[in-house]
Design a protein around this ligand. Sequence first.
Ligand SMILES: C[S@@+](CC[C@H](N)C(=O)[O-])C[C@H]1O[C@@H](n2cnc3c(N)ncnc32)[C@H](O)[C@@H]1O
Length: 193
Amino acid sequence: MNHSPLLEKFIALLDEAESLAPVLDLACGSGRNGLYLVNQKFPVVFADIKETALEQVKSTLTSKYGELKPSASFWQVDFEKDSFEQGSVIQKHEHPLAGKSFAAIMVFRYLHRPLFEQIKQAVIPGGYVVYETFTVEHPQFGRPKNPNFLLKQGELAELFADWEIIHSFEGVIEANNDSGRQAVAQIIARKPK
Ligand SMILES: C[S@@+](CC[C@H](N)C(=O)[O-])C[C@H]1O[C@@H](n2cnc3c(N)ncnc32)[C@H](O)[C@@H]1O
């Protein structure tokens, strides 16, 4: 599957970035977006709950380059696990993004609202977030239909209202699904320094 066209816009910003901190491809799946950045020589951390997804990314890299690129690293993680049971007591986990920092975090086709603030915190000052996922308008075109996985109208723009908005879009785009269309929201935003 091809990388998101949103990355063409983003790569120009990364080219000018002062930091070489890695970019996090959060919930990377097959890694289509992170792989595009690695191909452009940017360091990327591929993160997903599924070991099989990370193995697929590794296999794509080795078949292309004959080896794993040092600029690619891999993180098997459950971004939704924030507590565990100890006897009869529920203990809070430290969140997986706590104490980590990235030049940018990109999230495509994944939504877990409790993660929003953690994502904002884990981007370095002057760094970026690139987010694209389905909106409440999407169910007419296919799955997902669960409102937990669908952005409300204006939700992304509101979330990053205190950042510099570089690109913001909400609407219908062409897609490779049965209806050939998807309703999405996109944002590229820069964290204040
Ligand atoms: C629809 S796919 C999107 C993959 C990729 N971002 C893309 O756009 O091609 C959603 C991904 O989220 C991952 N995921 C789901 N729940 C997760 C969790 N709790 N922690 C980390 N990754 C998760 C899935 O394994 C899957 O790879």
